[in-house]
Design a protein around this ligand. Structure first.
Ligand code: ARG
Length: 357
């Protein structure tokens, strides 16, 4: 995580995207990475009344929003209409279509996306855990990626964080801002990882994966998951976002012991295609950063972590995916655009409880 302009120039190409891709020892892509996934997920809970607890409360809102956008785009023939016809979209999953709203079990009584206040109790500083949904992915004692808790069972991360990885050696740690601390926070083993079937380590499209935790995380007290985007059309363009992680604090530097955060503006995909990335940026990606000056960005080790946007509560706009070096001008951070995966997420997290508020 690079939170000021004190950055190094990249040493040759070692800090480049090539490192991001090659250091994980990728093999040629194949379709569908599933690790000990149970054959059958329990069916979605259904309640007799549409508004009963357990069903998504903003389902109607989402539907209305989507219909509104659809009508608008039909009338105007604008960007929203062309965005939905990209090949990536068709590839998302059989479950993903414009017609479906995000339907999940809202069976946990909690409010997603609400940060914790930093509090002092009896003269001792209580760990603030401002963003309690931020997860560390650890192998042995090595923190190699971030992730985000989205319900009581699943952490969302990047596909490149689980690709070719023996998940039995990986654990997920929550509520621990200091990774060198001996307090474990909430630690869970990963029973399986489900990377998007369309993930391609060369083009880095669909760089998204779900980690199924061996035990649910009780969503009580300070523990809350993040909120997801309100619909697949929520854009976040020009909004100020927060990216957080334990990654390198400058290119070629070392990782941080305590969770770092920095503010980065989200730019449009058109603006992002005008940077060094050009046509590499597809509709299912999102870019954030200071194109002119650089200086603030995620970096190696932050992958899989959250890019969140305050929208009354915090919503997960992106998953840290890649970048040319870190915090350089003309090379903003690239993220997986979470709003484009809502149906994929819903279809693959049926055995979990989302917050009811
Ligand atoms: N791929 C990198 C990782 O595995 C994340 C790089 C993010 N880079 C950036 N400049 N935003 O940690």
């Amino acid at each position: 995580m690079i939170s000021n302009s004190n950055t190094f120039l990249c040493l040759g190409y070692i800090c480049s995207l090539a490192l991001c891709v090659s250091c994980y020892g990728y093999k040629p892509p194949f379709r569908g990475y599933q690790y000990n996934k149970p054959a059958l997920l329990p069916p979605l809970q259904t309640n007799s009344s549409a508004t009963a607890p357990g069903m998504q409360s903003d389902y109607i809102e989402d539907l209305i929003e989507e219909q509104k956008q659809q009508i608008l785009s039909n009338v105007l023939g604008g960007a929203a209409a062309s965005a939905s016809t990209s090949p990536e979209e068709a590839d998302l999953s059989p479950f993903d279509s414009d017609a479906k709203a995000f339907r999940v079990n809202r069976c946990a009584s909690c409010s997603c996306g609400v940060p914790n206040a930093n509090r002092i109790v009896g003269g001792t500083q209580v760990r603030s855990n401002k963003y309690p949904w931020i997860a560390q992915m650890i192998r042995g004692s090595f923190l190699f990626c971030g992730g985000t808790l989205i319900n009581d069972r699943y952490v969302l991360t990047a596909a490149h964080c689980v690709h070719d990885m023996d998940m039995s050696a990986v654990s997920v740690r929550l509520l621990q801002l200091d990774r060198s601390s001996t307090h474990t926070g909430i630690t869970r083993a990963v029973s399986f990882a489900h990377a998007h079937a369309g993930y391609d380590p060369v083009s880095l499209v669909h760089d998204i994966a779900l980690l199924h935790l061996d035990q649910p995380v009780p969503l009580v007290q300070f523990m809350r998951p993040v909120c997801l985007p309100s619909s697949r059309l929520q854009q976040f363009d020009y909004q100020k976002a927060i990216v957080a992680g334990w990654g390198l604090s400058y290119e070629g530097g070392s990782t941080s012991s305590v969770l770092q955060e920095t503010i980065v503006p989200i730019i449009t995909n058109a603006q992002c295609r005008a940077t060094s990335y050009k046509s590499m940026i597809v509709d299912t990606m999102l870019c954030a950063g200071y194109v002119q000056t650089g200086g603030q960005d995620a970096c190696q080790g932050d992958s899989g972590g959250p890019l969140i946007v305050p929208d009354r509560i915090f919503r997960l706009a992106g998953v840290v995916s890649f970048g040319y070096g870190c915090a350089k001008p003309n090379a903003p951070g690239v993220y997986t655009r979470v709003s484009r995966y809502l149906n994929w997420i819903a279809a693959n997290t049926r055995d979990s409880c989302y917050c009811n508020k």
